[in-house]
Write a protein that binds this ligand. Structure first.
Ligand code: SAM
Ligand code: SF4
Ligand code: SF4
Length: 333
């Protein structure tokens, strides 16, 4: 396999396997927009597992080593373990998934057996009322904790927990979440609420800046910053001084990291996006279904990545917030 040297390295690939979800998180798929009449992708529009595997191989040829399955909710895609099995046998691939955890009790063992290595589970609060208001379908904290336990038992380690923090909604849940997950050895990652898509009604005032979160946590659990594991790592990492593990902050709003961004996103219908805030993607499904060779697909990906100049988070302003963008549930975060 030939590996090209591209202008900015391409290391991570996020693959959305579906645009559907069993949650309606207020910051991602608000019910007013993603209601009964919302037109989700049809089965024929979705990439098949074989098509996803073929595209993934082409991305590996460009240096990608980390592949994350996401969505929508990846576990609502039927027989996802079959895709995991296809991808897990590719050489030198670090394969992981982001999920809301609800279906993990049924799926964790099969995913592990198929070759999934790790998992990130999203949970925004341990407070029942707060969490149910945020997922907006009445899913309980307990149901997600059962998913986390299933992942632990299946050996999908290390487990990361993603928590989106929204001002006035779940700020008070931060310390209880830190306390709970540090005791259990899982890495909590606090994420600044982002203006992805155009349906979540984002305002800068809704963002709790990472610096403020660090101060709040440090006051109860003294912290020390950690070096990044590698250039382009999205989370700023901190270690608890008492030795009880670490946590991360994803400060994409207040401390943008576009210069080091090495992440490509593939939508469930096969469009390549070079930025979370992109307006349009490049259709790779058309190439696949039009009979393109592996070399042609490889070249098409390289051409898109070479042209890439994205730096949305560095130029975000009141004006950019209203620009058209793809939805988070469509390209997977
Ligand atoms: N459904 C899965 C889940 O929730 O984990 C995977 C897809 S979800 C789009 C991926 C990640 O994006 C989740 O951790 C979610 O919390 C995060 N996310 C969604 N909308 C966001 C927003 N507006 N700002 C910041 N993070 C967001
Ligand atoms: Fe679904 Fe994940 Fe978006 Fe929540 S964040 S609505 S679980 S895709
Ligand atoms: Fe990467 Fe776009 Fe996010 Fe910047 S705004 S870090 S280029 S995804």
């Amino acid at each position: 396999m030939v590996t090209d040297t591209l202008s900015r390295p391409l290391r991570d690939l996020r693959i959305s396997v579906t645009d559907r979800c069993n949650f309606r998180c207020v910051y991602c798929m608000p019910k007013e927009v993603f209601g009964r009449d919302f037109q989700f992708l049809s089965r024929e529009e979705l990439l098949s597992f074989e098509e996803i595997e073929r595209l993934t191989r082409a991305f590996l040829g460009h240096g990608v080593r980390k592949v994350r399955l996401t969505g929508g909710e990846p576990l609502v895609r039927r027989e996802l373990e079959k895709l995991v099995a296809l991808l897990a046998r590719l050489p030198e691939i670090d394969l992981t998934m982001t999920t809301n955890g609800l279906l993990l009790p049924q799926k964790a063992a099969a995913l592990k057996a198929a070759g999934l290595q790790r998992v990130t589970i999203s949970l925004d609060s341990l407070d029942e009322a707060v969490f149910q208001a945020m997922n907006d379908v009445g899913a309980s904290v307990e149901s997600v904790l059962r998913g986390i336990e299933a992942a632990e038992q299946a050996g999908l380690h290390p487990i990361k927990i993603n928590m989106v923090v929204k001002r006035g909604v779940n700020e008070s849940s931060v310390l209880p979440m830190v306390r709970y997950f540090r005791e259990r050895g899982h890495v909590l990652r606090l994420i600044e609420f982002m203006d992805v898509g155009h349906s979540n009604g984002w305002r800068l005032d809704d963002v709790v800046p990472a610096r403020e979160l660090v101060e709040t946590i440090d006051a109860e659990f003294p912290l020390e910053p950690l070096e990044a594991n590698y250039r382009g790592e999205v989370a700023n990492r901190y270690r608890f001084r008492d030795g009880a593990g670490e946590f991360g902050l994803i400060a994409s709003v207040t401390q943008p990291f576009c210069a080091d961004c090495s992440r490509a996103r593939l939508s469930a219908d096969g469009k390549l996006y070079t930025c979370l805030f992109a307006v349009t993607g490049t259709d790779l499904r058309g190439l696949l279904r039009g009979g393109a060779s592996d070399d042609e697909i490889h070249a098409a990906i390289g051409a898109v990545w070479q042209r890439r100049t994205d730096r949305y988070s560095e130029i975000r302003s009141a004006a950019t917030v209203d620009l058209p963008k793809v939805e988070m549930s469509y390209i997977g975060g």
